[in-house]
Ligand binder design. Structure first.
Ligand SMILES: [Zn+2]
Length: 260
C-alpha cells in the first residue's frame, strides 16, 4: 500500500531530524543507554531538546497535533550533509524550518490514518526569508487534480497569491522541503532566485517508498530533448525566433531582455 510507504518514510525522516534518540546501527549497547550516550547525535542537532522540537513542529498550521511515531535507530545517517559548513546558528535555523516542512508533509498520511483520502504525496515545504515564513504548503495533487500542486509550488502560491509577496520578496529566500524538490519545483526555485534549498529525504527515498519518479525525470533531463522519456521536437523554429525578436523590440526596446 502506498500510504504505508508514506508512513514508513515519514518515520525515517522524523527520526533523522528528531533527536538524541537516533544512534549508529553498529552500536550494540542497550537501547536505553543509546539514547543518552550518543553525543554525536546531540552535536548534530545542536542541543535542541525533544520538547523544543515538538513545540516548534506542533506550531505548523493546519497540521494534526501529533506526528508519526519515531523509530529509534533509523534515519540517523546523513543528517549533517547540508549543514556541515554552516554556522551553528544557521544549522539551528535550518533544522527548525525543516521540521516545520516535515510536519506539513505529515498532513497527508495523517488523513489516511483517519480514513480520509489524502490530499497528495508525502511532501511539505516552507519558504523563508530573513527568519520569516513567506509561504508554506503540502502536496495537494490528488485533492485538486492538479499535477503542479506540489508542496513547494503551494508554498510559492501561498506566498504570492495569499500573502501578497512579489518576485522581489522571493529573491534570496530559502526553501525548506521534506523531500528533495522535483525538477519542476527546483526550476521554480531557480526562477524565483531563492538562495538555498534544504531538504530531508532524497529522490531514492521518494522512489523506493513512494513510487515517485523524480529521479527518472532528472536523468531524462540530462539527455537531448529528442531522446528523453518525454521527448520534444522543434517545429517552426524560424517563426519562433522571429516571434522573439518582435517581442524583444516591443517590450524591451533596448534589446537587452529581462533579468528573470
Ligand atoms: Zn515538485
Amino acid at each position: 500500500m502506498k500510504f504505508q510507504k508514506y508512513f514508513l518514510i515519514t518515520c525515517i525522516v522524523m527520526t533523522c531530524m528528531t533527536s538524541t534518540q537516533a544512534v549508529a546501527s553498529t552500536d550494540d549497547r542497550p537501547s536505553s543507554d543509546k539514547r543518552h550516550k550518543d553525543t554525536r547525535q546531540v552535536k548534530n542537532f545542536n542541543g535542541y531538546s525533544p520538547a523544543e522540537t515538538q513545540k516548534w513542529v506542533d506550531e505548523a498550521p493546519n497540521a494534526p497535533p501529533k506526528a508519526f511515531a519515531v523509530i529509534p535507530g533509523e534515519g540517523s545517517e546523513g543528517n549533517t550533509q547540508c549543514v556541515a559548513s554552516a554556522s551553528k546558528e544557521q544549522t539551528e535555523i535550518d533544522r527548525k524550518f525543516l521540521m516545520r516542512a516535515i510536519k506539513l508533509a505529515s498532513h497527508n498520511p495523517e488523513q489516511a490514518m483517519h480514513g480520509h483520502t489524502p490530499d497528495g504525496g508525502l511532501f511539505g515545504a516552507v519558504l523563508v526569508k530573513d527568519g520569516n515564513i513567506l509561504g508554506e504548503g503540502w502536496n495537494t495533487v490528488l485533492k485538486e487534480g492538479d499535477p503542479s500542486r506540489h508542496g513547494e509550488m503551494n508554498a510559492v502560491r501561498q506566498a504570492t497569491h495569499d500573502h501578497g509577496h512579489g518576485l522581489k520578496d522571493l529573491e534570496g529566500a530559502t526553501l525548506y522541503t521534506s523531500g528533495a524538490p522535483c525538477p519542476m519545483c527546483y526550476s521554480t526555485m531557480a526562477w524565483a532566485n531563492v538562495k538555498r534549498i534544504v531538504y530531508a529525504s532524497d529522490y531514492s527515498d521518494a522512489m523506493k517508498y513512494g513510487g515517485f519518479k523524480d529521479e527518472p525525470i532528472r536523468e531524462s533531463l540530462a539527455l537531448p530533448i529528442q531522446k528523453r522519456q518525454w521527448p520534444g521536437c522543434q517545429a517552426e523554429s524560424g517563426l519562433g525566433r522571429a516571434w522573439w525578436k518582435q517581442y524583444n523590440a516591443v517590450v524591451y526596446k533596448d534589446g537587452k531582455g529581462a533579468k528573470y
